[in-house]
Design a protein around this ligand. Structure first.
Ligand code: 5RP
Length: 286
């Protein structure tokens, strides 16, 4: 069944709202205690809690709606997928295939999560066809085109998604966007062969505008090295009309391994919202 537009899962919302602790903090203006001059805002901690609850809502909804007993399920990486694995862990009959199986760089470790939950772990050698794949995203636009790879695992995530009969995205409200770049400001991740990163970066800037910068590690000296021993360029684009064409063109540049543009792959996105609801987006019908 295809759903169009937004659907609210009020039953899920009710569950979350009752358990959530949204803390409203009243800030008095310095010169007056008049209630009309008071501003009410969410504390930083509450915003973080809200985002975590939103991730959990989206993940639970996707698992509940798309995963059945005895299925082979692909699992991506990131902080949102943790909640999906939590939910999957309640069904020991599942067989999970994950990307980033040996990563020491990408957090959190889906493989470790799967094992922690006592779920069976497999791989694409044994299960090249998955019933469903679930993964997070850095940004989701109105067409369900995604930017992925904020955690550096884009190539393996794209392989896992491409092996699935159904690919479902889970995200909190901050990832929801009309057009790519509105929410995610770090650019499109592009995995490149290390010796080619300079020419690839120059070619991208020349042909498509913007700049493609080598991603540097945070708690280690030097560039981020992917699970495939490659580098990542983050392309801060200025403008793009047709992501399918751009993705294909970038992939044709010698030295490019994969892009974090997932075009025409996701068949549904679940967004956990600030108000505790879950909203569903399907790709537009052309
Ligand atoms: C990693 C990814 C993640 O799926 C993406 O970064 C979303 O992560 P999170 O759920 O932590 O927001 O593409 O390469």
């Amino acid at each position: 069944m295809k759903l169009q537009g937004w659907v609210s899962f009020s039953n899920l919302a009710a569950g979350v709202l009752s358990s959530a602790s949204w803390r409203l903090v009243a800030l008095s203006s310095s010169s007056s205690s008049s209630s009309s001059q008071k501003h009410v805002c969410l504390s930083r901690q509450s915003v973080a809690n809200m985002a975590e609850e939103a991730k959990k809502l989206a993940a639970y909804a996707a698992v509940d709606n798309h995963v059945q007993n005895n299925q082979v399920v692909g699992v991506g990486s990131g902080s949102t997928i943790v909640y999906a694995v939590d939910r999957l862990g309640e069904n020991p009959g599942l067989l999970l295939v994950t990307c980033c199986p040996i990563s020491g760089l990408v957090l959190p470790q889906a493989r470790q999560l799967i094992l922690q939950h006592g779920l069976a772990l497999s791989d694409l050698d044994r299960h090249p066809e998955l019933d469903v794949a679930i993964d997070g995203a850095d940004e989701v636009d109105a067409d369900l085109t995604l930017i992925k790879g904020g955690g550096g695992c884009l190539t393996q995530e794209k392989i896992v998604a491409g092996c699935a009969k159904h690919f479902v995205v889970i995200a909190d409200y901050r990832k929801d966007s009309k057009a790519l770049g509105q929410q995610w400001k770090k650019g499109v991740p592009i995995e490149v062969i290390p010796m080619a990163y300079v020419p690839v970066s120059r070619t991208i800037a020349k042909r498509f505008g913007g700049e493609a910068n080598l991603r540097m590690a945070v708690s280690k000296a030097g560039p981020v090295v992917t699970d495939n021993s490659n580098f990542i360029l983050d392309w801060k684009f200025e403008h793009a009309d047709n992501w399918k064409e751009v993705n294909t063109a970038i992939k044709m540049i010698p030295g490019v391994v994969e892009t974090g543009l997932f075009v025409g792959m996701a068949e549904r996105a679940y967004f956990g919202m600030e108000d505790g609801s879950v909203q569903v987006r399907d790709p537009p019908v052309n």
